[in-house]
Design a protein around this ligand. Structure first.
Ligand SMILES: [Zn+2]
Length: 401
């Protein structure tokens, strides 16, 4: 059992409570990022006195968010302190993903470790949203139950979808590759009857969650970058100063529907010659002469590695189309870096040369460096789960209450 933290009383001036909440968050972030740490080191890191930090730490321990690992190694200078780490049985973020060809869910603890995960291959294109979300809820229930068996407390559920989500809502306005329109995920996602309470739910575009995962988990990711999520659909997300630029309605980043050839083939979005028609997963597989089947991207990578000319040509074509579409974005926005993520990032060795050639040729100055995400197709699912974890670290009082 954990003791509740004290909520600010109505009528209490916010300043002191607000400062306490911010300091609790700073302690949580320090311990989650660099722990195990002693109280003294935490105090040093965040610039508070050791006494102040001890009070905050005690509160976080009582709430079950931080745990003491026991005395640190002897022989160190100064009084031995007990090392602090985020709790392995504290809150967990539950992430879920609706893909065009799969469903997935996972549970991530406060340290960022994936503690449970479930994936199912399903052809979701053209299926009604109700049955898809019902199937997704089975996976969510599975990982939630596994997390709870390990003593974790699910703190929220975040769902990544391959479509436009109206800003500040849980409604998928349009998902061309699923053929969903105005779908309220919160209304259709069944909650397990046995769940004691309904988890707080958020819904966002997969490219947004992919970019956040890169920001939070990527190696040396700058605070300003353009993230390209290349899968069956191609989405992008712009991160500026560590924050997503969502656009007025929340629809920013639809790179896949930027025209590469204005008179090109028709696209489910209603346009013609969109990037997705040249560099989306299905277009690339078609161009390489590969029909449907298991792990086609892996097979394409194998063929390209073996020097297959059809595979190489298809990937060069996709890289060129990506370069043309990204030229517009890079010229307009001047990002510090372009990061290629998503399932197709596995094909980067054969996509990147053509992509970079187009970018270099078409942009005024040496192009922003293009790097490849190491998260690959895991980005959106991890980003979703981590968004819940980040919310706990950002305001531990809210979750403890
Ligand atoms: Zn389109």
């Amino acid at each position: 059992m954990t003791a509740p933290l004290h909520e600010p009383r109505p009528g209490t001036p916010d300043t002191q409570q607000g400062m306490r909440r911010r300091n609790l968050s700073r302690v949580m972030h320090a311990v989650a990022t660099d722990g195990p740490l002693s109280r003294a080191t935490v105090a040093q890191r965040i610039g508070l006195t050791r006494a102040a930090v001890s009070t905050l730490v005690d509160e976080l321990i009582r709430s079950g968010l931080i745990e003491e690992l026991g005395p640190q190694r002897p022989g160190r200078v100064g009084r031995p302190g007990s090392a602090l780490a985020v709790s392995r049985s504290g809150p967990a973020g539950i992430g879920a993903e609706v893909g065009v060809d799969h469903l997935a869910a996972c549970a991530v603890d406060l340290s960022g470790e994936v503690r449970a995960r479930a994936v199912r291959r399903v052809a979701n294109r053209g299926r009604a949203p109700g049955p898809v979300l019902k199937e997704l809820s089975v996976l969510v229930r599975e990982v939630t139950a596994r997390a709870e068996r390990e003593g974790l407390r699910p703190a929220g559920l975040a769902v990544a979808v391959p479509g436009l989500v109206a800003r500040g809502t849980r409604t998928v306005v349009r998902a061309p590759n699923l053929d969903w329109h105005d779908t309220d995920v919160s209304a259709l996602l069944p909650t397990p009857a046995e769940a004691p309470s309904v988890l707080p739910l958020s819904v966002d575009n997969e490219a947004n969650f992919g970019a956040l995962a890169e920001l939070w988990l990527g190696e040396n990711t700058p605070a300003d970058f353009l993230h390209v999520s290349a899968e069956i659909g191609i989405g992008a997300a712009l991160v500026v100063d560590g924050k997503l630029l969502r656009g007025t309605r929340g629809f920013a980043g639809e790179l896949g529907h930027v025209p590469v050839r204005p008179e090109g083939p028709a696209c489910p979005c209603g346009g013609r010659g969109c990037l997705e028609q040249y560099a989306g997963e299905e277009a690339v597989l078609r161009a390489a002469g590969l029909g449907p089947g298991e792990d086609r991207v892996g097979l394409l990578a194998e063929r390209a590695a073996a020097g297959d000319t059809d595979a190489r040509r298809a990937l060069r074509g996709a890289g060129t189309a990506l370069g043309i579409a990204l030229t517009g974005a890079v010229n307009l926005l001047d990002p510090r870096a372009v990061v290629l993520g998503g399932a197709l990032s596995r094909l980067a060795p054969w996509l990147l040369p053509a992509l970079e050639r187009e970018l270099t040729r078409r942009t005024a100055t040496p192009a922003a460096g293009v790097t490849v995400s190491r998260l690959g197709s895991d980005g959106p699912l991890l980003g979703a789960a981590h968004s819940v974890v980040r919310a706990v670290l950002d305001d531990p009082v809210a979750v403890a209450a």
